[in-house]
Ligand binder design. Structure first.
Ligand code: XMP
Length: 607
């Protein structure tokens, strides 16, 4: 059967692939195209969507794309960078400025088929440095956005020309935080482009099984099985496609797992009927040696990813497993965040995307049946493959494990000048909400307008409700550069000192983090919150704040649907009281803080 098709032009934004997923949710086939593709590649498409980009339209970055796309006689809709390029091309103006991060209200100026069935005010998600400040003669402003009631509205958040059938949104309808984004995409695809909804996911498993059989031929698959949702679903799919004899699983205890986790993984695989195929190795010492003295997040990530492969290859040799492909449960965000498409910026190198693995992929030695999916789809697939619900609902846990949650430091203050500049600005914004604020002399990784950042957090102190705290955080991100996270001090007193301490990865520090993480997970379960929260990393930072312990402990509960965006989750006060009681009294702990940061500008993990 021939399906109607939408082309999604991937300018390297973090969400280009997500746009394609959302189009498919409307049951219309979507295919990714590159901005320099020849016009013939678009021949059979009934519409085009231009994605966002890490490039700045205001400075003419990445402007050499094939503009003949705009001459196609089909409707075109641009998001963020795509929106700005459409505005510019048809005589509008784009400036560098008026940045917005996070939730904003879109106020619609009139009824329009793009917004059919929606309210006059819609919650949308923003992540941009550049803004459209004027449109050409054939265009009209369809809506403006308000991020902060106290500030003037942002004009031209939605623009369009019904005559030319060209439209643009400054916000991202493809992310789940744009509440009715799926409807907006469906209105474009089904309404404006007139596509028929004929594409379904029903045969997805069958297609994947056939693909695995074709790629593996007579060989076998040796799968790195962490016990997380992705590798477990991949294991089940491989077993389905190849039969259990041609699947071997390796669980590596890298010493960076949570409390008792490796033992639980072994039980899990025997419950799934795959126990006989599972090999287990305790490689904690090898990983610790590889991480020795490493401080910078990317250096730690690479060391962990490389060590996985060294351990894997030596185990394959030891077990005499030859003629195998390396199986991985890689999902789409792992690739995009590693800068794995042509234009995407490297936000963080995921453990399954280090250079050695990229070389193995190029040599055809890797098989990754989930590489096009997001976690929600992997979970759906897992349900179809009869994997127990409790397993499927487990919180995501990154491949490098606690390695990216245990920060290391050489004991010096990074970027003292930057800190001095930030201090007065954040203090003033926080004071407006009755809070104290101090930037911390440490850094963590974040993502802003599709670019990686490595910047300071700010610590807020004082009593306020959660909405006030997150609103204050949002105001700080909006107007102060050089910051990508806001924390709330859970200790009763403001910090007495703020001193980074020299610390590297060690078993003792990992054990302390394991204990803190265990207390947080138990607390979430006790309060019935585990399933409602997407993920809650616990992080240790070698920062003295009370002159007693050496480690600041941070809890990061987030709500998300696909991990591409996230908001801080509110935890009830009684749970916070429990955690204060349990964690602040652990020997070695210096303070406790609550991460209030949305993604962007922070990422979910700290490194
Ligand atoms: P960030 O921190 O980039 O994370 O917002 C998005 C999601 O990906 C998980 N994550 C990883 N998963 N290997 C993985 O398998 C990795 O290297 C990795 N790094 C981050 C993270 O926990 C979150 O769910």
């Amino acid at each position: 059967m021939q399906h109607d098709k939408i082309a999604v032009v991937d300018f390297g934004g973090q969400y280009a692939h997500l746009i394609a997923t959302k189009v498919r949710r409307s049951r219309v086939l979507a295919e990714i195209r590159q901005p320099e593709d020849l016009i013939e590649e678009f021949a059979s498409c009934k519409g085009v969507i231009l994605s966002g980009s890490p490039a700045l339209a205001s400075f003419g970055e990445d402007s050499g794309w094939n503009k003949a796309i705009l001459d196609l006689d089909v409707p075109i809709l641009g998001f963020c960078f795509g929106h700005q390029e459409i505005a510019k091309h048809y005589g509008g103006t784009v400036i560098n400025g008026k940045q917005e991060w996070g939730h904003a209200d879109l106020h619609l100026l009139r009824e329009h088929p793009l917004f059919a069935g929606l309210d006059k005010v819609e919650q949308v998600w923003m992540s941009h440095f550049d803004s459209v400040t004027g449109v050409g003669p054939d265009f009209e402003e369809l809506g403006y956005s308000v991020l902060d009631e106290a500030a003037p509205p942002h004009r031209f958040a939605a623009i369009g020309s019904d005559k030319l059938r060209r439209y643009g949104f400054q916000f991202h309808p493809e992310v789940d935080d744009t509440v009715h984004g799926d409807d907006m995409i469906a209105n474009f695809v089904l309404g404006i482009c007139g596509c028929s909804p004929t594409w379904t996911m029903d045969n997805y498993v069958q297609e994947q099984i056939e693909r695995i059989r074709a790629q593996v031929g007579d060989g076998s698959v040796f799968l790195l099985a962490s016990g997380g949702v992705d590798s477990t679903v991949a294991a089940r799919l491989f077993a389905e496609a190849l039969g259990p004899q041609r699947l071997q699983l390796l669980h590596v205890d890298n010493g960076l797992m949570r409390k008792d986790e490796s033992a639980q993984v072994v039980t899990l695989f025997s419950d799934l009927g795959l126990g006989e195929n599972l090999h287990f190795i305790d490689a904690g010492e090898t990983f610790l040696q590889a991480l020795e003295g490493k401080i910078e997040p990317e250096a730690k990530r690479r060391a962990i990813g490389d060590t996985f492969i060294t351990v894997f290859e030596s185990e394959a040799r030891r077990l005499g497993i030859t003629d195998h492909l390396l199986g991985q449960g890689t999902i789409y965000p792992d690739t995009i965040e590693t800068g794995g498409t042509k234009r995407a910026d490297t936000i963080k190198t995921h453990h399954n995307r280090v250079p050695v693995i990229e070389e193995m992929i190029a040599a055809g030695r890797v098989i990754e049946p989930l590489a096009d999916l997001y976690k929600v789809e992997v979970r759906e697939l897992g349900e179809m493959l009869d994997i127990p619900h409790a397993m499927i609902r487990r919180h995501p846990f990154p491949g490098p494990g606690l390695g990216v949650r245990l920060l290391c430091s050489d004991g010096t203050v990074p970027d003292q000048d930057g800190l001095d500049k930030i201090g007065p600005a954040v203090a003033e914004l926080a004071a407006a909400a009755g809070l104290e604020a101090m930037p911390l002399p440490i850094r963590s990784v974040g993502v802003k307008a599709d670019l990686r950042s490595y910047e300071h957090p700010v610590l807020l102190h004082g009593d306020a409700d959660f909405a006030t705290l997150t609103r204050t955080a949002g105001r700080i991100f909006k107007s102060v550069a050089g910051l990508n996270r806001a924390l709330w001090n859970l200790a009763p007193e403001p910090p007495r000192v703020l001193r980074p301490l020299a610390a590297t990865m060690s078993r003792q520090r990992l054990d302390l983090l394991r204990e803190c993480d265990h207390l947080v997970m138990e607390g979430l379960r006790r309060h019935g919150l585990y399933d409602r929260i997407w993920q809650c990393p616990t992080v240790l930072v070698p920062l003295e704040v009370d002159g007693r312990g050496r480690e600041l402990c941070i809890i990061r509960p987030v709500l998300s649907e696909r991990a591409m965006t996230a908001t801080a989750a509110e935890l009830p006060r009684p749970l916070l009281d429990d955690l204060r009681q349990e964690i602040l009294t652990l020997p070695g702990i210096s303070g406790l803080a609550y991460d209030l940061t949305s993604k962007p500008p922070g990422t979910i993990e700290w490194e």
